[in-house]
Design a protein around this ligand. Sequence first.
Ligand code: TYD
Length: 157
Amino acid sequence: MNKHHVSQISEIITIPKIVDEGYLCFAESNKHIPFPIKRFYFIYSVDEGVTRGKHAHKKTVQVLFCIKGKIKIILDNGSIREKVVLSDPKQGILLDKMMWHEMVEFDKDTVLLVIASDYYKPNDYIRDYDAFVKMVKKTRPVSRESLDYQIVGSARR
Ligand code: TYD
């Protein structure tokens, strides 16, 4: 995959990496992470072959960092579906609201760190794919140009 076009429908967020005796990466609210951070969680010890996620969020925006190992993320905005590989700890993928996502192909000992714009709210989840597609068609114009505009606009908020 072309490094500069890793994702058509989202964007890679690269955070600073300090190199001395080892590596240190960091990120700040509203600076490297394009929203005020309200929550983080991490996922690890996932067995081979497991798929996690399989939902979209109505309002919550997240950034996913694979801080150890390697993982593939399926992103789907209701029109375009793509698979993004995460393996560099300083490169996160922005998971905008109304973006269906699935985490697949966890390498052994992978740790996925997720930074979120809101507290955990079960009502914010859309777990049914068909319902997601119906909702996204209502809230987003379907033309490719309009989609690009909306994604870029919301990502730089
Ligand atoms: P879920 O978001 O469905 O995980 P994944 O998308 O990785 O499969 O969450 C799994 C469980 O953890 C579910 O019971 C809700 C709970 N949970 C919280 O209580 N707080 C949180 O911040 C998150 C992300 C999940």
